[in-house]
Design a protein around this ligand. Structure first.
Ligand code: AHM
Ligand code: MG
Length: 338
């Protein structure tokens, strides 16, 4: 019989890879795994119980909050708080950072950025949704914790990952030594190693972008879409267009099959839609660790210096060749914005 490696076993086996105190990050990753299982249980029940629909409140970005978003946020905050390794969380659902471990004797050293339930428009239509997380060391352990502690470049991430609640539930993460994916086996309630050492193909045949916004795209993006749709045998074009509207699900597919996901700036949203700290940086860390590339159209996502918790950035992410080609066209048409 094939040996099954659970997430917990894997984290302990790989502790030697961690740069800092081994047990703490292991416990933190374990806490995320626990919250993921609880959220997964609710996601699966969502069609059965009265948990769907608008929660009636509006989050910090003016978007209507669904019940499951609130639930997922609470679960991650509570699991990370109980674990004791996290001093504060920056969440898509909270305007301000959330201090979680108030017991100073625990000397919690980690900061977590999280989008607890990404793809919220897909919750009540039974389409894949996800959680995205990013873990940093607190640079300065003295003094009061503030938003500034979170404003670290993506290169400073010690770990990042996502959970996809799809046809099966998977947790994918990196600590900077490759990317590994675990599938939840509901019969034993454990994430089991199913995708060791994930690699993103150097090129692919899928482009993912919300073409409904076409008229508002920068000229470079319009040209890239044209490029994707042209016929060329040597590069296997035209490519296929696939857009789920759940970043985690679009990203996961492209990571496995090769492809590019683009959420560009538009005339209406010059900074794009997606958030740097808890959407773009964690996925950029993963894609680079899997041999892919992440850019804002001009420069590397991980090199962006954050200035605010909920900062947005355009995102071009996926197979190296495809992202490089899109950047090339962005450069060539940089003068024309729309
Ligand atoms: P959310 O965090 O409110 O769910 O928004 C992020 C989502 C991403 O999952 C997805 O890629 C994008 O928004 C889709 O946006 P659009 O509907 O504009 O294409
Ligand atoms: Mg989101």
């Amino acid at each position: 019989m094939k040996k099954v490696t659970t997430l917990g076993q894997f984290i302990i086996e790989r502790q030697a890879d961690f740069q800092y105190a081994k047990g703490e990050l292991s416990r933190l990753l374990r806490d995320i795994g626990i919250a993921a299982k609880i959220v997964n249980r609710e996601v699966n029940k969502a069609g059965l119980v009265d948990i769907l629909g608008e929660h009636g409140t509006v989050n910090s970005h003016g978007e209507k909050v669904k019940k499951l978003d609130v639930y997922a946020n609470e679960q991650f905050i509570s699991a990370l708080g109980a674990g004791g390794e996290t001093c504060a969380i920056a969440s898509e659902e909270n305007d301000e950072l959330v201090p979680v471990t108030t017991d100073v004797s625990r000397n919690a050293k980690y900061l977590v950025c999280v989008d607890p339930l990404d793809g919220s428009s897909n919750i009540d239509v039974n389409v894949s949704i996800g959680t995205i997380f990013s873990i940093y060391r607190r640079a300065n352990l003295d003094g009061a914790l503030s938003e500034k502690d979170f404003l670290q470049n993506g290169t400073a991430q010690v770990a990042s990952g996502y959970i996809i609640y799809g046809s099966s539930t998977m947790l994918v993460y990196t600590t900077g030594k490759g990317v590994n994916g675990f599938t939840l086996d509901p019969s034993i309630g454990e994430f089991c190693l199913s995708h060791p050492d994930m690699k993103c193909p150097g090129t692919g045949k899928i482009y993912s972008i919300n073409e409904g916004n076409y008229v508002h795209f920068p000229e470079g993006v319009k040209q890239y879409i044209k490029y994707c749709q042209e016929e060329d045998e040597s590069t296997k074009r035209p490519y296929s267009s696939r857009y789920i509207g759940s970043l985690v699900a679009d990203f996961h597919r492209n990571l496995l099959k090769g492809g590019i996901f683009i959420y560009p700036s538009t005339a209406k949203s010059p900074k794009g839609k997606l958030r740097l700290l808890y959407e773009c940086n964690p996925l950029a860390f993963i894609i680079e660790q899997a041999g892919g590339k992440a850019s804002d159209g001009k420069k590397r996502i991980l090199d962006i210096v954050p200035t605010a918790l909920h900062q947005r950035t355009p995102l071009f992410i996926g197979s190296v060749e495809m992202v490089t080609k899109a950047e090339e066209l962005m450069r060539a048409y940089s003068e024309q914005t729309v």
